[in-house]
Design a protein around this ligand. Structure first.
Ligand SMILES: [Fe+2]
Length: 303
């Protein structure tokens, strides 16, 4: 599903995997042992099966935006949970989160930013993110799942791709002219509608509601985490008028302001929920009962 929804298209992803396999073949046996085998068949480094305690049929899944030890203990208390699904990456999927950020280079290119500029700026940012992740206690939640005997997986960019595709289709369909039209469009989506109730609805971070949207980019909905702040100027040059994102740092906001790029923040956990829900609907269709937790605003689109 993540590949189907990916803006790069199936073929481009196939080529990326082939490149990885070719590179892998050239490694020595010693080097091969350090490579995550899943990466040769799965293009999203931040989405992985993290622990299989019991390879049984899944009837009930506990699903949250962030899963930590507290949620694993909660699963134990609830009793009949067969699988725990986290949206945000854990374990090796967290350690390798930065690898999915390359996806942003391709989206930037699709948005009209020259690939050399996109790669140059993203390379710098990707290594910064990689260094930042290095210090994390990656295995903490995985260890709890092992001790308490739970199946555990995480699905990050695969779900974010679903949210990005969903939003792109909505925007392409209704072609909002001004930011207020874009806001109205977002606020009709149930996950955002519910988020408004607890103060986390869509907000305009840069620009005002009278501004025209121009070309809208969904760069910041998928692709791991925030890209380079230096990209806004390049995006403006490429003809992007508005960026729709999940969240934005102060530094990124300042750069967007300087470049006159409007920024609409749809909401973090609500946007994450949207993507996760589209995935969970498929599980629901297969008879899996979903227990939402940890911020997940569960909306089922299964009729
Ligand atoms: Fe997120």
């Amino acid at each position: 599903m993540g590949v189907e929804a990916d803006f790069r298209g199936k073929e481009a992803i196939g080529r990326l995997l082939q490149r990885k396999k070719d590179k892998y073949q050239k490694l020595s046996d010693e080097e091969k042992q350090e490579i995550d085998q899943d990466a040769l068949i799965h293009p999203y480094s931040d989405s992985r099966v993290l622990h299989i305690a019991d390879d049984k049929e899944i009837k009930k899944a506990l699903v949250g935006i962030d899963i930590n030890s507290a949620e694993v203990i909660m699963a134990k208390t609830l009793g009949d949970i067969d699988l725990i699904i986290s949206h945000h990456p854990l374990g090796k999927a967290l350690a390798n989160l930065h690898e999915v950020m390359e996806l942003q280079c391709d989206i930037l290119q699709l948005d009209g930013v020259p690939i050399n500029v996109a790669e140059g700026l993203m390379r710098e940012r990707i290594s910064e993110v990689a260094r930042g992740l290095n210090a994390a206690n990656h295995q903490r939640t995985v260890d709890t799942a092992k001790l308490l005997g739970f199946n555990l997986m995480c699905a990050h960019t695969v779900c974010d791709n679903l949210a990005a595709r969903f939003l792109k289709d909505k925007i392409d369909e209704s072609k909002p002219e001004r930011l207020e039209d874009l806001m109205r469009l977002l606020k009709q989506i149930p996950e955002y509608k519910e988020a408004i109730q607890f103060g986390a609805g869509p907000k305009i971070f840069v620009g005002n509601k009278e501004n025209r949207c121009g070309k809208i980019s969904l760069l910041e909905i998928t692709g791991g985490t925030e890209g380079s702040p230096k990209l806004y100027e390049k995006m403006a040059n490429a003809g992007i008028g508005t960026v729709v994102g999940m969240h934005i740092s102060e530094e990124h906001k300042k750069e967007a302001e300087a470049a006159n790029v409007n920024v609409v923040i749809a909401g973090h956990i609500s946007s994450d929920s949207l993507g996760v829900n589209l995935f969970l609907d498929e599980l629901e269709k297969q008879g899996v009962e979903i227990v939402p937790c940890s911020g997940l605003i569960r909306v089922s689109r299964v009729k």
